[in-house]
Unconditional design. Sequence first.
Length: 284
Amino acid sequence: MDHFFEILSHTFLDTVKMLPFLFGVYLLIEFLEHKATGKLANVLRRLGPFGPVGGAALGCLPQCGFSVAASNLYSGRLISLGTLLAVFIATSDEAIPILLSSPNSMGDVWKLILAKVIIAIIAGLFVDGVIRFFKRRSNEEAEPYVDLCENCGCENHGIWLSALKHTLQIFIFLFAIALALEALMHIAGEELLSKILMQNSIFQPILAALIGLIPNCAPSVVLTDLYVNGNLSFGSVVAGLSTGAGMGLVVLFKVNKNLKQNVAIVGVLYVIGALSGMIIDLVF
């Protein structure tokens, strides 16, 4: 029972930190929809070619709030798929603070950030380029914000209450998922994950990337600890942290109604992370 309350309090504190960020994002979305002109949305969409660069820069900050924001903005068709992937790949959650707190690994911080930002920019630009080449830009297939504000009644009670409503809905959803995953990570333990991962194998990044897909901040902590303790190669930790988008993937499935598209995004993210990790281990 003590462990349960510990997990409960830890999960609540981690999740509640995202509330101000979530509210700010939803308030911005509500404002853009109901107060700004259509020209602003068009300007934001025209920034598409440079979107992945900005997404990679924002994503490399050590917190998972930007991945949640990116999922909402992509669902509203404010950013491109390449920008969304760039944010997901560059996101490192708790990895950077952990590396900074370890004297032997402080030098790896900039190496990790640089590797993930480069992968994020290349992957994001490539994906957007492919989509433009085949003329399948999703930004042209749907009106912005339709999924986010459908039947919310914001025209009756204003953008502040609507933003608060969306924030609370996502917060409850995030807390429930995070609590379940935190309990699972506590039961399985880091030792079991270390045994599952194949040390000194070219296939280790494949498994690390799979663990990184778990939609929680906990996998980034585990993967970073395993790397610091010498159980993971640098390519493997890059692979795991590249697919580790925190709660961004959970929110994506919540707010983006196209299930096939969401599954495809997860698949592309996994392939990018796994291949990048394997290439790094082979070359370096």
